[in-house]
Structure formats: C-alpha cells, structure tokens
Write a protein that binds this ligand. Sequence first.
Ligand code: GAR
Length: 198
Amino acid sequence: MNIVVCVSGGGTNLQAIIDKIADGTISDTKIVGVISNNKDAYALTRAANAGIDSVCVSPKDYEDRDKFNKAFLETVDKFNPDLIVLAGFLVNIPKEFVERYRGRIINIHPSLIPSFCGKGYYGLKVHEAALLRGVKVTGATVHFVDEGTDTGPIILQKAVEVEPGDTPEILQRRVMEQAEWIILPAAIDMIAKGYRID
Ligand code: GAR
C-alpha cells in the first residue's frame, strides 16, 4: 500500500509511521510522499532524513482558497496513493478531496472523540480545553475523514490518564507517547491488511 502523509509541524506522528514501517509493525506499506502546508515544518527534515519525497503546498502561495485547493489535490494525485494520512495536518480539507478519496483518508486527533473535537480544537488547544474541563481521562482517536471536522467513522481510540500538575504541554506529550504514536501506525497496518469502513 502506498501512502501520502500530510503534516504541518513537528512531525512526531510522521516519525512514528517511518519507524514502525522500518521495524515491521506496519506491514506492506510505503510512504511515497509527505505534503506540508508549512515550509518550516520540522516534519520536512524528518522526511528528508528518511529519504522520502516531500512537497510544500501553502495557502500563502495562492491567490485564493480555490487555487490552493486545486494545487493541493493535484499534488496528492501525483503520488497516486492508496491511503492519505493526516498526521497533524492543520489545514481545512477541501470538499473535492474528501469526495475523490472517500474512505481513503484518515486523521489522528488528540482526544477521545466526541470530546474536545471539531472546529477550533487542534494541537495544544485540545489539551488546554481538557485540563480546563477537569477530565481525568483523555486520549487520542484515529478516524476516517468525511466532510465534517472530526466527524468521520472511528477506527481506533486509546485512553490516557490526566495526572495532577499536568500542563497542556506535558499532557500533549503523554497523549502522543501513550496513544497517538501507537494507534496511528496500528490503524495504517489494519488498513494495509484490508480493513475498510462498512
Ligand atoms: C498531534 O498531537 C496531532 O494529534 C494533532 O497535532 C499534533 C501534531 O503533532 N492534530 C490535531 O490536532 C488535528 N486536529 P506532530 O506534528 O508532532 O505529529
């Protein structure tokens, strides 16, 4: 299975995928391309270090959203992927993209959906909201992407304890280590082995 990984920042989830392909945890899968909307994303360095093709497609380089959406879609199409993995990709996904690749796009979200998800909940903001609400358990979710924000069918979830004294940064790191870096590679492996939505 050929996959494209879309990133915006640090790329620790991309790294987890690279490492788990290398150690055989993810079977029969190759990352054929990494797409970033941010040219300064450290994820691009991770891709280069692993010898993976990468491209930056930034909304800033296009006159309007339609032109960006078209360029983004063309970039994905060129890689001809079986699966597209949104691994910390913080861009609104064009509707045409969801239509063309329905059932073949997955996303990792750093909470137990349906808590702390939807518009405005991304990155550290998710953990800030969880701490503010005082939840004692949070986690991460891998789901298929549909037209909504974090509304598609859930593939895997993993719970993580909130601990006294947690800051958003500490909690984010624990959720990554104990949930995201495990369930995102696991979901990719499931799909490589034939898992589909009903
Ligand atoms: C991860 O925590 C991911 O779950 C989150 O952004 C972070 C990216 O980290 N994604 C979202 O919030 C999507 N709504 P990374 O670049 O180190 O993988």
